[in-house]
Design a protein around this ligand. Structure first.
Ligand code: UDX
Length: 444
């Protein structure tokens, strides 16, 4: 009989995981504590923007015409506990307010709420990104609270927003931290399809599984800050960081990916993960091993301030009375996520310094308005730039690459564009009479 799977938490990770598990042929029950989310998902709608996810849900949510009916949602812990052979915990682990450490309260609450309902044999699988050592602690919590025979495994998730569906169905690798052959066997059954299609399956212990995730994100953050540090040097020396990245990327030990210089990384993962990793290493007495991550973080934050300085310079040294148009609000394209978004951080800093900021983003407007209610918003790129003294390109949506610089040029007060993502066609903008400036590149 096919395994029954519950997925606890239906954010970016959980909603995608639940739909993907149904796609792989399992009976799936998704649980969230927010009734509005459950109502939306049950109607086949996704509470965030993630390409392809709504289509995947529609293929499986029970009650939708033509669906497999293998996927449904609930807010009931008792129902979830009784349903699943395997329970994936996919709740978020944000940064603690005012601290580097990770806030484990959602994970702890999920385990404490689920465990008393686990009366039969079950495998609980943690997918959330947690400080190393959490799995061992949570295994103890399950032993204490679950009446049935319950085991824990740790299976970190590496999906990227914007590619969540593809990354979940065809992962680069599957990593499982297990303490028994039975747990490994069950997880091999869950992931049989992607493994048969070539995804490597790495079996390890709890601490290594937890660390793989934070190590991978630390490496990616380091790569971005490395190229942004090179951008700083290029700016000082008159070099071109885009050419530099292309040239070093030909060495396949370095690789071309994740070397896009600009205003740096943001989002719900990389910034908080490197900070939580430093905090955890400190608790373990290994803080010296990760002092470089402090530098990675500060290079990254410096890029945002640098963009603010470039903009201030472009409008003549002060933002007072100046109109600043911002293209992009999300932390990256193809997402509506504005958590720790470099674009909004830059917009917010300029607003605080007296600039009149207007933001436009293809998908992130609703979330941006909640987080930064005092900024100005416009409903198209053209409306945003109207009367602007400087235009900032801060999130590299495809829509912005397709803009007509001549048409925009007719609407602005001053034809200056600063490309914070090195993604616009500088030659085309210059040809249309703009002063085009990109980060880490020569000005002319
Ligand atoms: C990241 C990891 O890639 C993923 O494996 C993990 O599961 C979660 O964290 P995500 O946060 O969705 O995924 O975004 P990612 O595509 O990694 O981009 C992160 C940030 O880095 C974005 O703000 C992006 O604009 C920035 N970035 C990325 C750069 O500035 N330069 C680059 O070359 C690449």
């Amino acid at each position: 009989m096919a395994l029954k799977i519950t997925v606890i938490g239906t954010g970016y990770l959980g909603a995608t995981h639940a739909a993907a598990m149904a796609e792989l042929g399992f009976e799936v029950l998704g649980l969230d504590i927010v009734p509005e989310k459950i109502a939306m998902l049950s109607a086949g709608r996704v509470p965030m923007y993630e390409p392809g996810l709504e289509e995947l849900l529609a293929r499986h949510v029970v009650g939708i015409e033509g669906s497999s009916g293998r996927l449904r949602f609930t807010t009931s812990w008792a129902e979830a506990g009784a349903f699943g052979d395997i329970h994936f915990v996919c709740v978020n682990t944000p940064q603690k307010h005012g601290e580097y450490a990770c806030d484990m309260s959602f994970v702890d609450a999920a385990f404490s709420s689920l465990a008393p309902h686990l009366t039969g044999p079950a495998l609980v699988v943690g997918k959330s990104t947690v400080p190393v050592g959490s799995a061992a602690r949570l295994a103890g919590l399950l032993r204490e609270l679950a009446p049935g025979e319950v085991e824990l495994a740790w299976n970190p998730e590496f999906l990227r927003e914007g590619f969540a569906v593809a990354d979940t169905l065809h992962p680069d690798r599957i990593v499982v931290g297990v303490e028994s052959e039975r747990a490994e066997k069950l997880l091999r059954e869950v992931y049989a399809t992607p493994v048969s299609e070539g995804s490597p399956f790495v079996v390890t212990d709890f601490p290594t599984a937890e660390l793989v995730k934070t190590a991978a994100n630390s490496f990616l953050a380091t790569k971005i800050s490395f190229i942004n540090a090179m951008a700083e040097v290029c700016e000082a020396a008159g070099g071109d960081v885009v050419k530099l990245a292309e040239a070093i990327g030909h060495d396949d030990r370095i690789g071309k990916k994740f070397l896009r210089a600009g205003i740096g990384f943001g989002g719900g993962c990389l910034p908080k993960d490197i900070r939580a990793f430093m905090a955890r290493a400190g608790e373990l007495g290994a803080d010296q091993a990760l002092t470089f991550l402090r530098e990675v973080d500060s290079v990254n934050m410096r890029r945002r301030s640098h963009m603010v300085e470039l903009a201030r310079e472009a409008v003549g040294g002060s933002f007072l009375g100046k109109r600043v148009a911002v293209l992009g609000a999300t932390f990256k394209p193809d997402s509506d996520d504005v958590r720790d978004s470099p674009a909004l951080n830059v917009a917010g800093q300029i607003h605080l310094q007296g600039g009149q900021v207007t933001v436009y983003d293809p998908k992130g407007m609703a979330n941006a308005r909640v987080l930064f209610p005092t900024l100005g918003y416009a409903d198209s790129a053209l409306a945003t730039v109207r009367g602007a003294d400087v235009v900032l390109h801060l999130t590299e949506w495809a829509e912005f690459r397709e803009l007509d610089p001549a048409e925009l040029g007719a609407a602005v007060a001053s034809r200056i564009v600063l490309d914070g993502r090195n993604a616009l066609d500088g030659a085309a903008w210059r040809e249309a009479g703009w002063t085009y400036r990109a980060m880490g590149r020569p000005t002319a």
